[in-house]
Design a protein around this ligand. Sequence first.
Ligand code: SAM
Ligand code: SF4
Ligand code: SF4
Length: 371
Amino acid sequence: MAERVIPLVVERPAGRPVAVPAQPQPADGRLVDTLERPLRDLRISVTDRCNFRCSYCMPKEVFDKDYPYLPHAALLSFEEITRVARQFAAHGVRKIRLTGGEPLLRKNIEILIEQLAALRTVDGAPLDLTLTTNGSLLARKARALKDAGLHRVTVSLDGLDDAVFRTMNDVDFPVADVLAGIDAAQAAGLGLIKINMVVKRGTNDHEILPMARHFRGTGHVLRFIEYMDVGATNGWRMDEVLPSVEVIARIHAQLPLVPLEPAAPGETAQRWAYADGGGEVGVISSVTQAFCGDCNRARLSTEGQLYLCLFASQGHDLRSLIRGGASDDQLAGAIAAIWQGRADRYSQLRGQLQPDTGGGQRRVEMSYIGG
Ligand code: SAM
Ligand code: SF4
Ligand code: SF4
């Protein structure tokens, strides 16, 4: 078995300076990158902090009391986030997902949601506004989030067994409180609720069937995520990845499944329905089956760096542009130029790259650019 190496220093690279194109770029929603991929989905990390210490994301040994979290002044303000998001919407974004870190730890997040809910796509429709959370604060906040204009939530939950769950979050947080959060989200009307389970072979893979049984027939969509080699601190090893085909085989042996068509182009999950009509499950095979070909996602880090891929080693420094006094047209032009130069497809190339390099340099952490 390969030795696990966890670097104790975390790098947060300075963003690439962003140039403003000399010619204005029309923002008509038709922007594509070098591989003809449109821009449809923007994920915004609103904090780099979290109250969990999931070992695959923010391991305790690295994210301890001395970890240099970003100071408040480094974070994009709600006004700055909304201003950037408006330009993304003009370039074709239809969906915004708030993430982190734990997004519900960002103070007054409801105010940001209200501002984002007022934005429109190029066709004049509201954006699909959603949020990914560990669920720990959801019971308390679901109603306010809905009232602010949030449409849906995705809740991360890595097991139903309390002992397994407490080990996965590594802060001894009880599973009952997350289940109460899911119920509160449903009661508040934040459906369709997706439940994300990261599967680590040997740690929580025995929870796959109990999770499938629990959420079958509830109307919530359970999705199994392959443990990914994101960041540089989780000591990732291929032998801890349980391929999605195996997840589906295990469920199918007990609860027969039939394949479904993707709901939308660029969708990350492959969908399966229970043959008896008990709803659906999904698998996100980020490691064993690359889906870069139609990846239409951009990520805005907590401090306003634009990342074009989850595995990128550097972002584009939009914050300096905004704080340097750029006009909306200049901001829109800069975003267009960055997307037009995009060629990222890490998952497709993974096998050809050196391990732990992200293609030459160390990758940034998921808690910083958002999942
Ligand atoms: N704190 C929130 C949460 O856990 O839902 C939002 C941020 S978290 C970074 C977003 C998603 O990334 C979660 O569903 C989490 O399980 C997933 N994630 C984090 N590290 C991962 C890894 N190494 N492999 C696969 N998924 C991961
Ligand atoms: Fe926190 Fe989410 Fe990362 Fe877990 S996956 S440590 S809950 S940010
Ligand atoms: Fe998109 Fe990068 Fe993931 Fe490929 S590896 S699907 S380009 S985020």
